[in-house]
Design a protein around this ligand. Structure first.
Ligand code: SF4
Length: 241
């Protein structure tokens, strides 16, 4: 095992085959002073974990227009308990893959890098496995697929709203920057479409479907509802520039 300080690794790009391992010793220091970003799938999982709907969850537990978990005064995540994470089975992707961050760019595809650790972390870094094995152990793949699907959907939404950008290959970057702005503007109102239960309840009523309870099924319907909205927008006459 290698311990801190880490000299080079935050600059190093890892693939899923790169040598990497990390053993959490539950010091919980990584659960402080972090912005824990959320997408609608993660909100649906966490809401189910709390036994409430996403509307109530977004109102009680999120900041930044529904895109990040609240923190308490000392900077700790709202779900941190004396015994560690209070929503461990449904923790968001960034918590699952910590201390790695995942990046996806049009040029380079997917890569990972180590995040700056807390100076007193008790986590043990090593090279006994691979990044891919670490992701598997953390059950990260459904979350990775969800975030990729939502980013693609956001791209389509942005194109539908600004069809003059539809040939812009940097659209994903633009969307990510817009999301960053949303997350840092704590006064921004929550976009209605982020609320999975509200969207699918209306969609299911229109389509005469039963409202599902499984978060993955909810996500599929949520996306289908938004894609329907995108189709409607795209079918409207183009704006004259
Ligand atoms: S969700 Fe759990 S693991 Fe993630 S920051 Fe909060 S307490 Fe820590």
């Amino acid at each position: 095992m290698r311990n801190l300080p880490i000299v080079r690794s935050q600059e190093t790009r890892y693939t899923r085959d790169s040598a990497f391992s990390y053993t959490c010793h539950a010091c919980s220091r990584c659960c402080h002073d972090k912005i824990i970003h959320l997408n609608p799938y993660e909100v649906a999982r966490l809401a189910q974990n709390r036994g409430i709907g996403t509307t109530e969850f977004l109102s009680q537990y999120t900041d930044a227009a529904g895109t990040a978990l609240k923190r308490v005064e000392v900077g700790a995540c709202i779900f941190l308990t004396e015994n560690g994470c209070g929503v461990h089975a449904d923790r968001p992707l960034v918590c699952r893959i910590y201390p790695l961050g995942r990046h996806v760019t049009a040029q380079d595809g997917e890569w990972f890098a180590e995040l700056e650790p807390h100076p007193h972390t008790e986590g043990a870094y090593g090279t006994a496995g691979t990044v891919g094995e670490y992701l598997h152990d953390q059950d990260a793949q459904p979350y990775i697929e969800a975030v990729d699907r939502y980013l693609d959907l956001l791209g389509k939404m942005a194109v539908a709203l600004r069809r003059d950008l539809e040939h812009n290959t940097n659209i994903r970057t633009e969307v990510e920057q817009a999301i960053d702005r949303l997350m840092t503007d704590h006064q921004a109102p929550m976009p209605v479409w982020l609320d999975v239960d509200a969207v699918i309840t209306q969609y299911c009523a229109e389509q005469r479907l039963d409202v599902p309870t499984d978060p993955s099924v909810k996500m599929d319907l949520h996306m289908r509802a938004i894609e329907g909205w995108i189709e409607v927008v795209n079918s409207q006459p183009r704006r004259v520039q």
